[in-house]
Design a binder for this molecule. Structure first.
Ligand code: ADP
Ligand code: MG
Length: 580
């Protein structure tokens, strides 16, 4: 319930759109009222058997009201879609932003499938509440009150009964919430679990198959699907009881209204003619109420989802920003980076991923980090980007501890091509623009060209407008990497980090991208983590990591002469290439 209160803040963010929806809603109500009044008039003319020709005008008015309503309803429908997309986008961005700040540590703790299911489907289920229920209740408050006041002016007692029963219609559903919501929350949880398992199962299909585990996994999925089915039935039962209650309430209220109105007319308290007005208008009060009830029921799923979303939004950041954080010292000279005795372990039991690293990178230098898989290269990137905090020691940029910078400020100065490229659900355009949300289309395309991505993008079904990411078009590892490189180019930050940025790109495209990357390193501080040593020979300094420790450092020539790990690695790779 509290979650709904918080959701209202998102409605506040689209005040204008909601107001327009309310206006259209009021116009629709007005057509119903106009129709009701015109019909009441027509009926009373028939009853009075007066001049039957007079009936033509009210009937035409009623007809016009019906036609106008058809038009307005269509308008409402398409406008609702626009508003829905807007709200959902806002909430998605908020959650994405938070997940981004929580860093990879958060996602690997939780099931990534669960978070995905929440962000994709979960947010969809907020739509009925935000986009339908809220505007509807505002519309009803205005139109219902207007009708109620009008009827009260005709006859106080009957008018008040109608007002009270309308109030009950709005309030009663809230009272049954504690009863119904637990069932709905369980429903969503079992749906989400099932969904997350499907996503995980499909993504991990090759692993499952490799380990011949798919049959057991299938059985587990089937059991969960059965649980979900039971929950769905229970849920529907609750909804039916609840709607039944509402239907009863509205019917009884209308019956009582009509009976009282008839009685008072009979006793001559008010004219027979007014009865038909009451009849038609009372029906007009009941209609939006049952619509409202429908929206309310559709909103339920959103309640439990909202709670889970807020769990993410409220999740405490392990990495915090200091008060009065520095947001200027990276604006001037090219960033110099210093690792001072940095030690870091992902968890207390594990042995450190980095141990006692000392490293100095001057502004504008290009340094390469090499080493076997698991030696701690990507961990350095994670620390620099402040996904994690060093366990010991400190990292400085331009002489200032990176802890002392504003987090977004720091991250805005670093363009990283991460080892694993994450594409979110959206168009290619949006995926590249992620790093620079207000970049013009031609800038995006230029970045894609430089990254060697333009060609394959143009071959996608809708070019740059093709939807990629989970549930979108699948891209190969190399194509994903090229999009990530385009992102980094577009971001145009003074510190560039390439973490095995071209490891999945084929040789032809790598040669093409390499030129771009070479020119990209000019006028920047660059850290290249490379798997193919041929790409790092020109670096100002090469650093070799071994089991989390800095084993050796120097230029290509120095390290070859030294005949240590680097020399061995180079010899091994030359051997591979000669054999290939
Ligand atoms: P590299 O990039 O050189 O291949 P990493 O920095 O990714 O190496 O990993 C260094 C060590 O830290 C490895 O032993 C790896 O298993 C471990 N590690 C990496 N990421 C995580 C994580 N998110 N949680 C726990 N351990 C991790
Ligand atoms: Mg790595």
């Amino acid at each position: 319930m509290r979650a709904y209160g918080r959701l209202l803040r998102y409605v506040a963010a689209i005040k204008g759109e909601v107001a327009l929806k309310v206006l259209i809603g009021l116009a629709i109500s007005a057509t119903y009222i106009g129709q009701a009044l015109a019909m009441a008039k027509a009926v009373s003319i028939v009853f009075a058997r007066s001049d039957l020709q007079a009936i033509v005008a009210p009937v035409l008015i009623a007809l016009a009201a019906v036609l106008l309503r058809g038009f307005l309803s269509r308008m409402m429908e398409s406008y609702s879609k626009v508003v829905a997309a807007k709200v959902k986008n806002k909430i998605r961005l908020l959650v994405f932003d938070k997940i981004l700040h929580l860093g990879p540590g958060y996602l690997s703790d939780k099931r990534s499938g669960k978070v995905q299911s929440l962000v994709l489907d979960g947010i969809e289920s907020l739509e009925p509440f935000l986009v339908n229920y809220i505007p509807q209740i505002i519309t009803i408050s205005i139109s219902g009150l207007a009708i109620g006041i009008y009827l009260t002016s005709l006859d106080v007692v009957t008018g008040l009964i109608i007002i009270v029963s309308m109030l009950l219609c709005v309030i009663v559903p809230y009272l049954t919430v504690p009863l119904v919501s637990r069932s709905i929350v369980t429903y969503w949880r079992s749906y989400a679990t099932l969904n997350a398992q499907y996503i995980d199962a499909v993504q991990g299909m090759s692993t499952l198959m490799a380990f011949k585990a798919s049959r057991a996994k299938g059985r587990e999925l089937a059991e969960n699907a059965q649980g979900f089915y039971v929950q769905a039935i229970r849920n529907t039962t609750f909804s039916l009881i609840d709607s039944g209650l509402m239907m009863l309430l509205t019917s009884v209220a209308s019956a009582i209204t009509v009976a009282i109105a008839a009685y008072r007319a009979e006793s001559g308290i008010f004219p027979v003619m007014a009865i038909s007005t009451f009849l038609f208008l009372a029906a007009e009060c009941a209609r939006p109420m049952s619509e409202l009830n429908g929206h309310w029921h559709n909103s339920f799923l959103g309640l439990s989802v909202a709670e889970e979303l807020f769990e993410i939004v409220d999740e405490e950041l392990k990495i915090t920003e200091k008060e009065h954080a520095d947001t200027v010292s990276l604006d001037g000279p090219l960033p110099a980076v210093q690792f001072q005795d940095v030690t870091f372990a992902y968890n207390e039991e594990a042995k450190p991923a980095l141990a006692g690293i000392n490293l100095e990178i001057k502004g504008g230098q290009t340094i390469a980090v090499v080493g076997k898989s698991g030696s701690g290269k990507s961990t350095m990137v994670n620390l620099l980007f402040r996904f994690y905090e060093p366990t010991q020691g400190s990292i400085l940029m331009n002489g200032i501890n990176i802890k002392d910078y504003g987090i977004s400020y720091l991250q805005s100065k670093i363009a990283v091509v991460f080892q694993d490229t994450y594409l979110f659900y959206g168009t290619v355009f949006e995926n590249i623009r992620m790093s620079h949300t207000d970049a013009a289309d031609d800038k995006v395309i230029a970045a894609a060209k430089a990254a060697g991505a333009h060609e394959f993008i143009m071959e996608l079904p809708q070019g740059y407008a093709t939807v990629v990411g989970e549930r979108g078009v699948n891209l190969s590892g190399g194509e994903r990497q090229r999009l990530a490189i385009a992102r980094a180019i577009l971001k145009d930050a003074p510190l560039l980090i390439l973490d095995e940025a071209t490891s999945s790109v084929d040789a032809r495209n790598e040669a093409l991208i390499q030129n771009t990357l070479d020119s990209l390193t000019k006028g920047r501080t660059t850290i290249i983590i490379a798997h193919r040593l041929s790409t790092v020979q020109n670096a100002d300094k090469i650093v070799v990591l071994d089991h989390g420790e800095l084993a050796e450092a120097g230029t290509h020539e120095e390290l070859l002469l030294k005949g240590g790990i680097y020399a061995d690695l180079v010899r091994a790779q030359r051997g591979d290439e000669n054999n290939a």
